[in-house]
Design a protein around this ligand. Structure first.
Ligand code: ADP
Length: 403
């Protein structure tokens, strides 16, 4: 099956054309600065990448540009659009409406649009992308895959905030959690890697990229996660602060005299690794500086690893056990120094990192010692593949029902 995976952001649109049988990415690319006069479209894989300079006033134009590139006589990978069996759309917020991926009909699209108040930068872009695809490819099945749906299994004690209950009922204020597609993918892979059904495992998955979150996965169900009502909550991240005393926000507004927009900017764009190191949100830069003796870069490392360690500890207790801890995304997959610091000192708890294995560079791998009671795994995430898999299953179910 050929599945087009679309990830529409507020001013960008990423895509991959996935052949699910061959498990191969046929083409991929990215439209950037959608809506601005200097928009462009990068299409192709690695050395074959080309930049198509094109004015893309909106997501409809971006989708048109993508479909033209996929069918281009010169560098396209399919003869015509009828070769695409289905489209999978990454949607950031599904609110309480969706606990799994769904076929997009008018009712579901209305619900996705209704979640825009919870994800004002992302959901409107997804809706625009979906409408554009529906218009250009009216016969092709469209599926929505949500960042939040995997975490809908959390028990109420985990997803409620101790605020007045009416704020949950009236304003939908609760923990939703994000990165669900990534947590689900690496948990599935970990179960296969360990040779056990996911339903028999207790896992903690750590998605450590620019955005960071942990999930506690108990017998195949997400039972807690560190991101909350928004992706700002939880761990310290590249530029986001994660959990802080909420009274700091009031103090900055009422006593320091900042506007709410300024505070928002500080917490989302000027904090985390960048805010503490004063250098960069990219851990590679922070690492070079820390190794050269920069104290603030070293502090950023210590705070980040401490934040991950602390939340792992919380989930070991709340699940009353853990079989494996999985690291993924840019930092989790690549930074041996951070991994070492996260697991440092946990040997008495039966969590033992193997320092040689920790230096291995690529692929799915175990980095704990053979006698570690808890396995530590590094599993590269692949959200697009997971989206394509969901689309394939839904497509096959519908076609089997029809047959
Ligand atoms: P996103 O959340 O944007 O998808 P990624 O998962 O690609 O982010 O992670 C990006 C981050 O991964 C970079 O900002 C950088 O901090 C980190 N990273 C990538 N490679 C390395 C590396 N070799 N060493 C340390 N950090 C790395």
């Amino acid at each position: 099956m050929l599945i087009l995976v679309i990830n529409a952001g507020s001013s960008s649109l990423k895509y991959q054309l996935v052949d699910t049988e061959a498990k191969k990415v046929m083409a991929k690319g990215l439209c950037e600065r959608v809506g601005a006069s200097d928009s462009f479209h990068k299409h192709g894989i690695d050395a074959d990448e080309r930049v198509i300079s094109e004015y893309l006033p909106d997501h409809h134009a971006a989708i048109n540009s993508v479909l033209r590139a996929l069918t281009d006589d010169d560098y396209g990978v399919i003869d015509d659009l009828s070769k695409i069996d289905a489209v999978g759309h990454r949607v950031v917020h599904g609110g309480e409406y969706f606990d799994s991926s769904v076929v997009i009909d008018e009712k579901n699209l209305e619900k996705i649009a209704a979640c825009s108040k919870l994800a004002p930068l992302h959901n409107p872009a997804a809706v625009e992308g979906i409408r554009a695809c529906q218009k250009i490819m009216p016969e092709v099945m469209q599926v929505a895959v949500f960042d939040t749906s995997f975490h809908q299994s959390m028990p109420q004690k985990a997803y409620m905030y101790p605020l007045p209950y009416e704020l949950y009922r009236g304003q939908s204020i609760r923990k939703y959690g994000f990165h669900g597609t990534s947590h689900r993918y690496v948990a599935d892979r970990a179960a296969q890697f360990l040779g056990k059904p996911l339903e028999e495992l207790q896992l903690i998955t750590c998605h450590l990229g620019n955005g960071c979150s942990l999930a506690a996965i108990d017998h195949a169900k997400s039972v807690d996660t560190t991101m909350g009502f928004t992706p700002l909550d939880g761990l310290m991240m590249g530029t986001r602060c994660g959990s802080i005393d909420p009274a700091i926000v009031l103090y900055l507004i009422n006593y320091v005299g900042l506007t709410s927009d300024e505070v928002n900017d500080i917490m989302n764009k000027q904090s985390g690794l960048l805010g503490i190191s004063g250098l960069s949100n990219d851990l590679r830069d922070v690492r070079s500086a820390a190794e050269a003796g920069n104290d603030r870069a070293q502090l950023a490392y210590e705070m980040y690893s401490y934040s991950v360690k602390k939340h792992i500890g919380a989930y070991v207790f709340t699940m009353a056990g853990v079989d494996a801890i999985i690291l993924t995304a840019g930092v989790g997959e690549n930074c041996d120094r951070m991994r070492r610091m996260i697991f440092e000192g946990l040997e008495p708890m039966g969590i033992k990192i193997d320092h040689e294995r920790n230096l291995q560079k690529s692929g799915e791998r175990v980095i704990s010692t053979d006698d570690s009671r808890v396995k530590i795994l590094v599993i590269p995430t692949n959200e697009e593949y997971m989206i394509a898999q969901d689309v394939k299953h839904i497509y096959q179910e519908l076609h089997n029902e029809a047959a």
